[in-house]
Design a protein around this ligand. Structure first.
Ligand code: ADP
Ligand code: ASP
Ligand code: MG
Length: 459
């Protein structure tokens, strides 16, 4: 069995879905579990609808809801025009999901209050819409495909917008659900991103969470491999949207991929690697627009050579600077500080400490208000939001002679605010001014990956 996850651009429109179905058709012998995201940009649209509902802007929310319905109905018509009965079924499913959503949004508008639970319900509709239409289209194309609702088996805690998976419950439920759906079927399909508590309360896994869904399912069915189909040829030496001349990496280790994803490479959700590692399942990152390409294999470290693999960055971070003279010569101060982060579920990326100061970086998608408030009870706290974080990642980079010098050589004129050389030996990260980020990443990439001869030995 394999898991095949298709991201938003890989299911963006009729052409992309037709291509995607062709890719699945080529793998039927491997018994695929297909996991789909919402159509490209639909989750963003649903977030806007949720915001309008919270602001009680009913007429604006209605306009956006009409766009949502229209896009999906048109897509169904394009895909299924030569199969009238399946088209009717697909349109009925779209209309039923959209009718429920319209009513739900109207209720939120009239109350004028949007709970996290309500928001999770609204934003999960993208995956329900896409998976229903694609299931119909796969059947119309002759692939007998059964539909599964991910809320029956991707079980999380009650953190509605970023549910933490209950690995045991998932591992117990997925195989049963997949086996039941695989009766009289060539393939099965489900939604990425959406999840539920054990009591069936709706949750989601957080932005970009479909990759994570795929890997949780892969772990649970002991998949032979997990395929992440996206819009780039594989994992590259840097984000191709930010840097020219990036190279596709043939293979990287689980650890390298996890660090890259965690430190800003959007190509994978940061938590995707962990479930796959538990069962040592290879992950392949592949391009749905170039299915013949090799992509990138993410494998156990012993198959991977040492060397620098990529430069990642996080543009939007907070640097939280904590000053307190109470820190000097006392023990337990760090514990107190990090308990506050932990209690508020704020995860920290980089840390540096000195005699009376701790600086940490935090991804700006997290809400730090409460953390800052609590820390301010016993320390002076300053938050910088005009900095970015850059990470150079590769297996055993710590053992590469002169790497620090080589990484920082192109940055002679740039101020570096924090440096952290990861204990994992896989990562060197530092903080620079946000206005300089693009230049910094490009210069480092050029120096490490684009210069022939002298610098090529950085492996
Ligand atoms: P999907 O919708 O398929 O989940 P995403 O947009 O989430 O796709 O992820 C793919 C994008 O990740 C690429 O278009 C690329 O811009 C970005 N990306 C960031 N870092 C990297 C990297 N190191 N290698 C490849 N892609 C990267
Ligand atoms: N549709 C969700 C998002 O846009 C999940 C995903 O695409 O992975 O965040
Ligand atoms: Mg993604």
């Amino acid at each position: 069995m394999i898991v095949m996850k298709f991201g938003g651009t890989s299911v963006a429109n009729c052409e992309a879905i037709t291509r995607m179905i062709g890719i699945v058709r080529g793998k039927l012998e491997d018994r695929p579990v297909v996991v789909v995201s919402a159509l490209s940009k639909v989750t963003d649209l649903l977030y806007r609808i949720a915001d309008k509902a919270a602001e009680r802007e009913k007429s604006e929310a209605d306009l956006l809801l009409a766009q949502l319905r229209d896009r999906h109905l048109k897509l169904a018509e394009e895909l299924l025009s030569s199969h009238p009965s399946i088209l009717r079924e697909a349109c009925a499913r779209v209309n039923s999901l959209c009718d429920d959503l319209d009513a739900f949004v109207a209720a939120v508008c009239s109350v004028g209050e949007l709970s996290q639970r309500s928001k999770a319900i609204i934003i999960s509709n993208g995956e329900y819409l896409s998976s229903n239409i694609i299931c119909c289209a796969m059947n119309a194309s002759g692939i007998r495909t059964n539909y599964m609702d991910a809320r029956g088996f991707i079980i999380t805690d009650a953190d509605y917008l970023k549910g933490e998976p209950d690995m045991d419950a998932i591992a117990a439920r997925v195989p049963e659900a997949v086996a039941a759906a695989y009766v009289n079927a060539d393939a099965v399909i489900t939604q990425g991103f959406v999840s539920a508590t054990a009591d069936g309360e709706p949750t989601v896994l957080g932005r970009g969470g479909s990759d994570y869904s795929a890997s949780l399912i892969g772990m649970s069915v002991d998949a032979e491999r997990i395929e992440i189909w996206t819009d780039v040829d594989g994992v590259r030496t840097a984000d191709p949207r930010r840097v020219d001349n990036t190279r596709c990496l043939d293979r990287i280790s689980f650890e390298e991929a996890a660090e890259m994803a965690h430190f800003g490479a959007k190509v994978l959700h940061p938590l995707t690697i962990e479930p796959a590692v538990r069962k040592n399942i290879p992950i392949y990152v592949l391009n749905s627009m170039n299915p013949a390409g090799q992509g990138t294999a993410i494998l156990q470290s012993s198959f991977i050579e040492d060397g620098v693999k990529s430069v990642s960055c996080k543009e939007n971070i907070y640097v939280i600077n904590i000053f307190s003279t109470k820190m000097i010569n006392t023990s337990g101060f760090l514990k107190k500080v990090f308990e506050i982060f932990s209690e508020n579920k704020v995860s920290v990326d980089l840390i540096s400490t000195s005699e009376a100061n701790i600086s940490v970086t935090v991804d700006s998608s997290q809400n730090i208000d409460r953390v800052v408030e609590r820390l301010s009870d016993f320390a002076e706290v300053y938050v910088d939001s005009d900095k970015s974080q850059v990470s150079v990642i590769g297996k055993n980079i710590i053992s590469l002679k002169g790497l620090l010098e080589q990484t920082f050589a192109p940055l002679r004129d740039c101020r570096i605010y924090m440096i952290s050389q990861g204990a994992s030996y896989v990562n060197i990260s530092f903080v620079v001014d946000r206005t300089l980020l693009d230049g910094v990443v490009r210069q480092i990439h050029k120096y490490l990956f684009e210069t022939d001869g002298e610098n090529e030995g950085r492996k």
